[in-house]
Structure formats: structure tokens, C-alpha cells
Design a protein around this ligand. Structure first.
Ligand SMILES: O=C[C@H](O)[C@H](O)[C@H](O)COP(=O)(O)O
Length: 151
């Protein structure tokens, strides 16, 4: 799989992420602090990785910042991207299964190296549910940004 990775810092698991993903057989694109000469602020870095997914240059993204919050918010503003902020394996598994999440948002402060391994194991093991209700939810979420409020 091709994974686009962004971070606003090189601290914490940001420094391990690319090697970890490559060791799992993924091709990695990098943005922000992980890419020389790119703007490294979380909003720009996360948007760049999310646009790789939306535009088909990557299958999925992993977006990081100190809390993971800004990275997830920015990624979720890009149409077609469903980013999930995950601080544990259970949430990562559910994000893939029920939300068909295509961007994993991580906190550089909270996620330790062992926890990163657990979260990635769960994330990549999980397949999106094909249940009609689940697909309807995902399709509705993708359409929200494109529609005016119905209320
Ligand atoms: O949600 C935002 C992230 O946690 C940022 O990593 C944090 O705000 C630090 O950003 P800055 O280095 O721009 O202060």
C-alpha cells in the first residue's frame, strides 16, 4: 500500500513512523517536518498528506501532530478523507471497520513506540465493513461537506 505520512515535528514516533511502515512493506510519501523544504505547520502538513489520498497518490495517510487533533481536523476538511484520531488499538480497529477511515491521526505526545506497533497492527488488519448500514453511514459522511444543511 502507498501511505502518505505527515508531521509537524520529528519528535516522538514521527521519527520511527516511516521506517515502521516501510518494514511492513508499504511505500511511504512524506510531508511537513518529514520532508525537506515543505512547510511543517500541522495544518499544511496534514492537508498535503490528505490530498495525496483524495487525489489518488496514496491509498491511506498517517497524519501526526503533538496532540493529533489539528492533524485530524485538517485532514477531515479534504473531501473524501475520513481521518480518525486513534490513541489505542481498539479505536484504530473500529475506525477501519465502521468508519472506513483512510487517514490515521496520531499524537506524537501520547503514542509510544510499542503503542504505535499495536495501533498499526489493528489499523492494517482491519477491513471496512460491507454491512449496508455501515456503508450508508460512510457514504453520508462523504456527502456532508458537499451539501447545504438540510435542517
Ligand atoms: O493540534 C495541534 C498540534 O498538537 C500541534 O502539534 C501543536 O499545537 C503544536 O503546534 P506548534 O508547534 O505550531 O505550536
Amino acid at each position: 500500500m502507498r501511505i502518505s505520512v505527515s508531521s509537524d515535528m520529528t519528535s516522538g514516533v514521527a521519527g520511527k513512523l516511516v521506517a515502521e511502515l516501510e518494514s511492513r512493506g508499504h511505500e511511504v510519501l512524506t510531508h511537513g517536518a518529514l520532508s525537506p523544504e515543505e512547510r511543517d505547520d500541522w495544518a499544511w502538513a496534514s492537508e498535503a498528506a490528505a490530498r495525496d489520498v483524495a487525489d489518488g497518490r496514496a491509498d491511506q495517510a498517517v497524519v501526526c501532530c503533538w496532540t493529533g487533533t489539528g492533524a485530524s481536523i485538517a485532514a477531515n476538511k479534504v473531501p473524501g478523507v475520513r481521518a480518525a484520531l486513534c490513541a489505542d488499538a481498539y479505536t484504530a480497529q473500529g475506525a477501519r471497520r465502521w468508519n472506513d477511515a483512510n487517514a490515521l491521526a496520531l499524537s506524537l505526545r501520547v503514542v509510544s513506540e510499542p503503542l504505535l506497533g499495536e495501533i498499526l497492527d489493528a489499523w492494517f488488519a482491519g477491513a471496512a465493513s460491507e454491512e449496508p448500514d455501515d456503508r450508508a453511514n460512510v457514504a453520508h459522511v462523504d456527502g456532508i461537506a458537499a451539501q447545504p444543511s438540510a435542517r
